[in-house]
Ligand binder design. Structure first.
Ligand code: GLA
Length: 704
């Protein structure tokens, strides 16, 4: 709810919070952001201090270079005369002004209300609109800006804000979610007392290195910041001598200088900020927000099929018969979708060829259309893997169209996984990619597509555009491709993937409602990866598969039940060669899938909280509950059977009683409140005490 007070203050109340702006002066100022204020207060006492030794300490919505502000600015423009000074001043505010987007940038859906601040730099005749958008029954606030060059000369945009927020505090701790291939979104906690902290990607993707999501905490609570952008992002936190933390989030200014001609408009991606007292509540707010405002509405509550993927089972080494054999067992155990992974096209028998040649490798598939049909005739849906943004040097495409590759003339390109990227800034390449995808989808009539991206950018070059515009132009064309294909094939379920989970972000989720979380399927590591991911992303967004033991990558062993228990914390699939199951394993898997299907609404759409104790004492897992929090499941994992500790279960009420029953162990207890004492009592029930690296239990929970 937006309320203008005395034409001086704008107060906005979200579900639990209040955000207030002061709109008199050179720039709008944020005077309050925190838990909901009961009454309409006079906000004057919250106003920032204007002058201590010449430093302006007001918490503005924008910062720029050119006066007394020497901190990281949120906007940086190279003017036509080569200078870098800006002087944006407040012109007006408007309520519920439509945010016009003439670009392919994805923006959040179903907004309720907004405030638009118009600012102007008179010297250059540039207008900047800053939008704060609000959503029904949500604490998430979307912030972004739109720049219009109304002058007669071009300018160069070096930085444009999605969000700027200033917070006052003695200290902050920050969580970032960093990693690399097979160790995505590992939570790191750093203490911020002063100085400049940066969380960014320079890979051309949102990256496994540093996810765009960051969480700040101080004694007041938790502040989350995420960005809907799948390319180079940057969030900086600068704390000054007066304990003001300036948070800026947006497109990374690394190699960014975007020419804005007269009358051109540039729109910045949306950043989503949120404040909550409790970190589990903050995650739930983000989860709901993704389902209500990011993914396509048709996926809001659509249950996802249990899939069988052949990648870890066969790698490139399969025949048509092998695939059919796998699919038959998949059907037998209850899977609903079979996914044919890498290796079905060109002459792809390894990772060194054929990317770009999206035509059937008939000798291997026995005819892809027939194979797809036979799988469907078994009663399964058919899914297929593609990596449309890539090209192999050993491919027909490269032979005929070397100019399609992302290469710098006269420089030997850097290969990763033996492959190059396609130059998506080239319109002809964009069309090629679209047509390749159409051919595959028309041939197979696939129900599902796994869209992979197995390397990052290095040889950034276009003959048409400056390299400083390249990253943004690439991602905008990628969004356009994704938009076109997902609309043309609206019944197909798309899953994003990037060498595991290296492009796990809101931009991809806008088009593809689920993303493969990591190539690391060892539950011991996976519990950390899923816990980190769950901070900002919904469990149904996370692909989570049961694979073979010992794990192909870590060589660790785990029981089939533990692998299943951990995979239930996401969107369940199996990724192994099920023809190798013995009868007992087959029955176990059959029961698992049946059990998952019976409780799928809770596993896929329940309110989930991962156990943060995993970062303290290694006791991990998650609790997922029906929306009324009356029933659900808890999975507890541990790397030791000796856990003489108590565990506080999030989301459960301290004042209620619950019945807990083991899923695959004989255990029942009545829990009074939310603290499970002596969890070793439960772990000692595990019958199989072999040398696993991780043990787990799943208990059902019911309020009594
Ligand atoms: C990436 C993906 C895997 C698999 C392989 C195929 O690594 O993350 O799941 O699809 O590519 O090459």
């Amino acid at each position: 709810m937006i309320k203008v007070i005395d034409n001086k203050f704008i107060r906005v109340d979200t579900k639990n919070n209040t955000l207030t702006f002061y709109v008199i002066g050179e720039l709008p100022e944020i005077v309050y952001y925190g838990k909901k204020l009961k009454k309409d207060t006079d906000f004057t006492p919250f106003l920032g201090i204007t002058d201590i030794t010449g430093v302006d300490m007001r918490d503005y919505v924008l910062s720029q270079f050119g006066k007394e502000d020497y901190k990281e600015p949120s906007i940086k423009i190279k003017n036509s005369n080569g200078t870098f000074v800006s002087d944006f001043k407040f012109v007006k505010f408007e309520l519920n002004k439509p945010l016009i987007n003439n670009s392919s940038l994805p923006l959040s859906r179903n907004k309720l209300e907004n405030i638009c601040f118009t600012l102007k730099d008179e010297t250059n005749n540039i207008t900047l609109e800053i939008y704060y958008s609000f959503f029904k029954n949500s604490d998430v606030v979307a912030v972004n800006s739109r720049l219009i060059n109304e002058g007669t000369l071009p300018i160069y945009l070096n930085k444009i804000p999605s969000l700027q927020l200033e917070l006052k505090s003695d200290y902050f701790n920050i969580y970032t979610f960093d990693g690399g291939w097979a160790k995505e979104r590992i939570r790191h906690e750093s203490t911020l007392r002063g100085g400049l902290f940066i969380n960014e990607s320079r890979t051309g993707s949102s990256s496994a290195d540093h996810n765009p999501f960051v969480l700040l905490k101080n004694k007041r609570g938790y502040y989350g910041f995420n960005l809907m952008y799948s390319s180079n992002h940057k969030t900086s936190i600068e704390i000054d001598a007066y304990k003001h933390a300036r948070i800026i989030s947006g497109i990374n200014d690394f190699m960014f200088e975007y020419k804005i001609n007269p009358n051109d408009i540039f729109i910045a991606p949306e950043a989503f900020m949120i404040y909550e007292k409790n970190e589990d509540m903050l995650s739930l707010e983000y989860h709901d927000f993704i389902q209500n405002h990011i993914v396509h509405p048709k996926y809001k509550e659509r249950i996802r099929p249990v899939l069988m993927n052949n990648w870890e089972g066969t790698n490139f080494d399969f025949t048509k018969q092998k695939i059919i054999d796998i699919a038959k067992v998949a059907k037998d155990v209850g899977a609903e979708l079979f996914v044919l992974d890498d290796g079905w096209f060109g002459h792809r028998d390894g990772d060194n060829s054929s990317l770009g040649d999206w035509f059937d490798y008939k000798e291997k598939t026995g005819g892809l259309d027939k194979l797809a049909k036979e799988i469907k005739d078994l009663g399964l849906e058919f899914g297929i893997w593609v990596e449309p943004e890539m090209i192999s040097e050993d491919s027909e495409l490269y032979k005929n169209h070397k100019e399609y590759a992302m290469l710098i003339p006269n420089r030997k390109p850097h290969l990763h996984r033996n492959q190059l990227m396609l130059d998506l800034t080239n319109e002809e390449v964009k069309e090629y990619v679209l047509n390749s995808l159409r051919n595959v989808l028309n041939l197979t009539k696939a129900n599902y597509v796994k869209w992979d991206y197995n390397r990052n950018m290095s040889d950034v070059y276009s003959s048409k555009y400056s390299s400083n515009e390249y990253y943004h132009r690439y991602i905008m064309n990628l969004y356009e491709i994704m938009d076109t294909i997902t609309k043309e094939y609206e019944d197909v379920l798309f899953e994003g993937c990037a060498a595991g989970g290296s492009r796990f972000d809101l931009g991809i989720l806008y088009y593809m409602p689920q993303i493969w979380t990591s190539d690391n399927t060892d539950p011991y590591d996976r519990i950390f990866i899923q816990t980190g991911t769950s901070y900002a992303y919904h469990q149904v967004n996370m692909g989570a598969h049961v694979s073979a033991s010992p794990n192909w990558f870590t060589k660790r062993t785990s029981s089939l039940e533990t692998r299943f228990n951990v995979a239930c914390g996401g969107n369940l699939g199996y990724e192994l060669d099920p023809t190798k199951f013995n009868e007992e394993e087959k029955n176990v898997v059959k029961n698992q899938i049946e059990f998952y299907k019976q409780n799928r609404d809770i596993f896929q759409f329940g309110d989930i909280a991962y156990l943060k104790s995993v970062y303290k004492n290694g006791i991990g897992g998650f609790i997922t509950l029906s929306k009324d929090h009356k029933k659900g499941f808890v999975v507890i994992t541990s790397s030791s059977l000796k856990n003489d500790i108590s565990l506080k279960l999030p989301l459960l009420s301290n004042k209620k009683e619950y019945r807990l029953v083991g899923r695959d162990i004989h255990f029942t207890c009545i829990l009074k409140g939310n603290t499970l004492k002596n969890i070793n009592d439960i772990f000692t029930k595990i019958v199989d005490k072999s040398t696993y690296n991780l043990y787990s239990v799943m208990l059902s929970i019911e309020e009594i």
